[in-house]
Write a protein that binds this ligand. Structure first.
Ligand code: SF4
Length: 759
């Protein structure tokens, strides 16, 4: 991986200069040929932006004031996203290991690459069965592509093994939504924050992971809303919360049960709402009453009175909104945690009104749409169940295939790894994913990917994962594509094409359709463009919960996005769910009693601390794009280990020391960032880095039993001063490291030497 050094050189006039206040050529509006309205390619907020195009190249970005969610704002990632488009690391030719696994990747023609893939897939399937080939897809791509990948797997390859990287981020939220509410989408638009009296963010580092949503929180506060934050770290939003609950990682459902217990004991439940709109209350109530704040305080590492205070504040609100994200969901009990949130919101009647709801914030750009389009192991388009005969028959009619030819449920992404090691999966087509950074227990993941007979990766950069592939196909960035994406609100928006892919690269959808043709299934993929695929998406999702039938490209433009479900062309869409009914056939929401169970791994004498991992504002997911972006790289050039000053002092660790963190999976060395803003029993490492810098060397691959999300947020760990810096430190500019450290200390989330101590 290389950072585009050209961008650091002030004398280059064709690039942006970060070190000079003087605008360079590309910042001058007279030189811009046109502005293409589109959206940021990164997080689920999907901020509106213009791409500036000059001479057939994307040369800059400006925020859109007309898009309701960001209203002229962009975070550092969005403001620099355009720099990936012309980056010198772009792949511009297919690459292949012609001489087998140990040979280097070398340039080949598109015909040679695609013919080889088609031939080898057919050979392997003939020898080992259709399911020996898997599709591992992504969610940071358009709905059109997500839909295409599910269909490609089931129709062109005929394999049951198709899943996506949303398994690693959104599957707990899906499980909770489906169990409690019946529809897998945030219940409210973000603008509902302005109608809430109380916002309760639990396991949601809003300031760093969904930066522009923070502005809505501040506006809500300006209007008088109270803010409760529960997180083991004092994140930026926690710093000014009315109540901050620095809970122990992995104890969320205990806290939520205790809050429900207080709400019941103090008569703050909404009896009428419970009677008219829910089922299962009595069992849930009986169990919740056992979770007294005094008992739970010990489990969560909190003060009982603070739990009571938070429960009262939440329970007395006329309208309360819960925000959750990966902090609560990246756990082996992630679905239970989400259900416990829904229980609290249902008990207090907080659904179906402005400012009242339970919103899971999606991390990936199209984390919402990607989970509806039928690329999940057990799903057909429109969140349809691949085992439901009616759903199968409907999709078979849309695809023009026999229902019997649609494979049944396959393995989720996290279970594909062991299946590769068992040689049940012998080949894999992967797109828009980087599991060599993102999956836990990296050593095992590497072994599994290397064991494949044929590993194909489609990407626009040579990611850590693509570097292991047998064949790499150079695809497109979002600026070169057109298609829809669905934001964390459930708002369907549209990316517009700004430029062509660089010579030698191709559009992903075109590559996949070409491969389908070479597999002899071209008649099922006759699309002339992305619009044709979207027209099929509309029909395939018709009548489902996530109904896109009434959405057209023109309507998206006219309305600045359309919220699903949108059932007819006259239907304006549905910004707020559950106003009349929940998603189940009887229209009622479900309470489920949740028994708190501890995380799979707890601290012990050998591993006395809790390791938790997460994002920082400067990077997106596996960092494949943002680590190549100069400003973002400068601000966070390598991982670090955030440790409380008390825990550091006990171990003789000073700020900036190199420390080695060990867990039962492995060890990694990184600089210590000594702070006050994390629990003394917890350490934090950002997960955006690869190889020896990968936090996921350490994390526990244990899975949530229903939805198979790994427990990234909790494992037992030990930390000590490192004997010497890691080998990668030699390649890192020490000044850059110092500058990045200063930047981290300046952030409220790091705490630095200001702010209250986390108790
Ligand atoms: Fe907006 Fe998210 Fe992009 Fe930042 S990363 S500009 S918050 S969409």
């Amino acid at each position: 991986m290389s950072v585009d050094k050209r961008l650091f050189e002030p004398d280059q006039t064709d690039t942006y200069d970060f070190h000079s206040a003087k605008p360079t050529k590309w910042e001058s509006n007279e030189d811009i040929e046109h502005y293409v309205p589109t959206h940021c390619c990164y997080c689920g907020v999907q901020c509106g932006m213009y791409l500036k195009v000059d001479n057939g190249k994307v040369v800059g970005v400006e925020p859109r004031y007309d898009f309701p969610l960001n209203q002229g704002m962009l975070c550092p990632k969005g403001a620099t996203a355009y720099q990936t488009v012309n980056h010198p690391d772009r792949l511009t030719t297919p690459l292949m290991r012609r001489g087998g696994k140990s040979s280097p990747l070398e340039p080949v023609s598109w015909d040679e690459a695609l013919d080889t893939i088609a031939r080898r897939f057919r050979e392997l399937q003939a020898q080992h069965g259709a399911d020996s080939v898997a599709v591992y897809s992504g969610s940071s791509m358009t709905n059109e592509k997500c839909y295409l990948m599910g269909k490609f797997a089931r129709v062109a390859l005929g394999t049951r093994h198709c899943d996506y990287n949303g398994r690693l981020c959104m599957s707990s939220a899906t499980g909770a939504n489906e169990r409690s509410l019946g529809i897998d989408r945030a219940s409210n638009p973000v603008s509902d924050s302005l109608h809430a009296d109380v916002i309760f963010a639990i396991g949601a580092n809003v300031g760093e992971c969904f930066p522009i949503v923070t502005s809505w929180l501040w506006r809500a506060r300006d209007r008088g809303a109270k803010l409760i934050v529960a997180d083991p770290r004092q994140t930026p939003i926690a710093r000014t919360a009315d109540i901050f609950l620095p809970l122990r990682s992995g104890t969320d459902s205990a806290l939520l049960n205790a809050m429900l217990c207080v709400v019941i004991q103090e008569g703050l439940v909404d009896e009428e709402f419970i009677r008219q709109r829910t089922t299962g209350w009595e069992e849930t109530k009986a169990l919740a009453l056992q979770y007294t704040p005094e008992k739970v305080a010990k489990v969560c590492g909190l003060k009982a009175e603070t739990i009571v205070e938070a429960a009262r504040l939440y329970g007395k609100a006329n309208a309360a909104l819960i925000y959750t994200a990966r902090g609560l969901e990246h756990q082996s009990k992630g679905v239970d945690n989400g259900v416990a949130c829904a229980n609290l919101a249902l008990a207090t009647g907080n659904f179906g009104r402005p400012g009242a709801g339970y919103m899971t914030l999606t991390g990936q750009g199209n984390g919402q749409g990607g989970r509806e389009m039928g690329q999940k192991a057990s799903q057909l388009p429109g969140e349809r169940d691949i085992e439901n005969p009616e759903h199968r028959a409907y999709i078979a009619s849309v695809w023009g295939v026999d229902e019997k030819d649609i494979p049944h449920a396959g393995l989720p992404a996290t279970l594909m790894i062991p299946a590769m090691l068992r040689e049940e999966i012998r080949a894999c087509f992967m797109i828009c994913s980087n599991p060599m950074v993102s999956l836990p227990d990296q050593h095992t993941v590497e072994k599994a990917l290397r064991a494949l007979d044929l590993f194909v990766v489609c990407d626009f950069f040579l990611s850590e994962t693509a570097a292991l592939a047998d064949i790499v196909l150079p695809g497109n960035t979002w600026a070169e594509d057109e298609g829809t994406s669905t934001s964390l609100e459930g708002r369907v928006i549209k990316y517009n094409k700004a430029v062509d892919p660089p010579e030698g690269a191709r559009l992903d959808w075109d590559i996949v359709c070409d491969l389908a043709r070479r597999l002899g299934k071209g008649q099922y993929f006759p699309y002339k463009g992305q619009r044709d695929i979207f027209e099929e998406v509309r029909i395939a999702t018709k009548g489902s919960h996530s109904d896109y039938y009434g959405i057209t490209y023109e309507k998206i433009e006219a309305q600045n996005g359309v919220f699903w479900p949108c059932r007819t062309e006259d239907d304006p869409g549905t910004p707020r769910l559950y106003e009349q009914r929940f998603g189940f056939a009887d229209g009622l929401a479900r309470f489920h009693p949740i028994t708190y169970l501890p995380p799979a791994e707890e601290p012990d004498a050998e591993y006395p601390l809790v390791l938790t991992t997460g994002r920082v504002i400067y990077h997106y997911l596996s960092g494949n794009q943002t680590r190549r972006t100069p400003f973002l790289f400068e601000m966070a050039p390598c991982p670090w280990v955030e440790i409380n000053e008390v825990a550091a002092a006990e171990r003789g660790i000073a700020d900036g020391d190199w420390v080695t963190v060990r867990t039962r999976r492995g060890e990694m060395t990184a600089p210590a960032l000594v702070v006050r803003s994390i629990r003394p029993d917890t350490i934090f490492i950002p997960y955006h880095y690869g190889n020896a810098q990968a936090a996921n060397i350490l994390t526990n691959p244990v899975l949530e039993p229903m939805n198979k999300i790994p427990e990234y947020k909790v494992c037992a760990a030990a930390i000590a001063k490192a004997a010497e810096p890691p080998a990668w430190a030699a390649g890192l500019d020490p000044d850059l490291l110092k500058q990045a450290r200063r930047g981290r200390h300046a952030l409220p989330s790091a705490g630095g030497k200001v702010g209250p101590r986390v108790q």
